[in-house]
Design a protein around this ligand. Structure first.
Ligand SMILES: [Zn+2]
Length: 215
């Protein structure tokens, strides 16, 4: 092979290599986005969240979040968890929250769903409430879908509430925070610790998410 021809062949091979290397990555990233949900169990590690006696919010959020993920996986939705163990994502609240939304942004998630547990002073308020970022119409649509799905658990449709939460604001995709119940309410605290109710909550949240993705 002449020197000129050798160089041309090398250039063609190099170009082909870069095209082949780029193409599958682009296709994978687009396909991934549509069906990928990041599930974020609130708190963890040094941050217990709401506490009532020996019951920690971080334990309940992890239990429910893992079940939401399992339900979605059974319905062919890909899932990423921000944590799967009793760990924090950083040593300060701000960095911890940043890492949660950054993960969702980095993996190109279609949705970000954070799971939390509520607490209030009177002990009279119960049931799930969905929060969405106030400046995101798509987050509101997702929040409404999940709220509709959760309505039987509240005995009525409880409209989602706008909020200026950091973790929701920093997420580049529709993002909601599902507060699954009130630790300050006796019956709510008891049922949130039941595995059956956790599974029921998870399936109900999952149906709302699936409803949004298939709309
Ligand atoms: Zn919380």
């Amino acid at each position: 092979m002449g020197k000129k021809l050798w160089w041309m062949a090398t250039l063609v091979l190099m170009a082909a290599y870069f095209i082949i290397r780029q193409a599958p990555a682009t296709v994978a990233a687009t396909a991934q986005r549509k069906n990928l949900v990041v599930i974020d169990p609130g708190h963890g590690g040094w941050d217990p969240g709401a506490v009532r006696g020996t019951v920690y919010e971080k334990t309940l959020t992890l239990a429910v979040a893992m079940k939401v993920g399992e339900w979605l996986l059974q319905h062919n939705i890909r899932v990423y968890y921000t944590r799967t163990r009793d760990t924090a994502l950083a040593s300060t609240v701000l960095h911890d929250l940043n890492n949660r939304s950054s993960l969702a942004n980095r993996v190109g998630a279609a949705l970000f769903v954070s799971i939390h547990v509520n607490i209030e002073a009177t002990g009279t308020v119960a049931g799930p409430i969905v929060y969405y970022h106030k400046s995101s119409p798509a987050s509101y649509t997702l929040a409404r879908q999940v709220s509709q799905s959760l309505a039987p658990l509240n005995g009525r449709y409880r409209p989602p509430r706008p909020i200026g939460q950091w973790v929701l604001a920093r997420s580049h995709m529709p993002a909601i925070n599902v507060e699954v119940g009130f630790l300050s309410h006796n019956a709510d605290a008891a049922r949130m610790q039941s595995v059956w109710y956790q599974s029921h909550l998870a399936a109900t949240i999952g149906q709302g998410i699936l409803g949004y993705l298939n709309r």
